[in-house]
Design a protein around this ligand. Sequence first.
Ligand code: ADP
Length: 234
Amino acid sequence: MTTRLDNRKVDELRKIKIELGVSKNAEGSCYLEWGKNIVIATVNGPKPVFPRHLADPQKAVVDYKYRMACFSVSERKSPVPGKRDKEISLVSGNALESAIMVEQFPNTLIDVNVLILSADAGTRVAALTAASLAAADAGLPMRGMISAVAAGRANEQLVLDLTKDEEDTADAVDMACAFLMPQKEIVLLQMDGFVKKEDCSKILENALIGAEKIYDIQKKALLEKYPLEGEIQL
Ligand code: ADP
């Protein structure tokens, strides 16, 4: 087995640091450092929808905006949202919606904004992980957490949580996965690269193992800010 470019074990996540409630102007917020990724997520709502024809009488509409700051990558990123930002926003909004009890808030809007301050691959999964924590910090009723991570292949070995350097290797495969936890339901799955069927299943298994670790880190961050009294099991 060759060592990874940053000397991690194949199943080792980058270092993760989480802080909740960082924005006084948002109802819920989360600051997340994940390796060299830096993300801030805010959640506001449920609130009235304008224009009103965009409201859904069955549930709250989750408006998820993923954006990269122009200084988040080495070449200046245009602040105008491109196709990639819009696609990530759409699929991530759907994923996050599965965790929030949106049916309790018909005809309302839940605003989710995620800004990538520094990017080193895996930003969409870092964004969803942070947004889910911000939704919990906002006190929204939730079915569970969205725990998201990328798994794939780099330098001929299957690895968890690829960096940009690993994503740029010749045989790279990058599978972004998000799970509703603890139910372990897949709510987002996107993949770059080519793999054999067996490897595809193994990568997905690795992603679930990674998501379980992320879920533990999320619970720890929530318990630090909102300590529980008594013997309640999360
Ligand atoms: P993810 O960040 O979710 O892995 P991608 O696979 O699309 O999403 O991007 C991988 C990495 O490529 C990003 O994390 C970032 O480091 C870099 N990247 C993405 N978009 C740009 C861009 N417009 N300019 C420069 N680098 C970018």
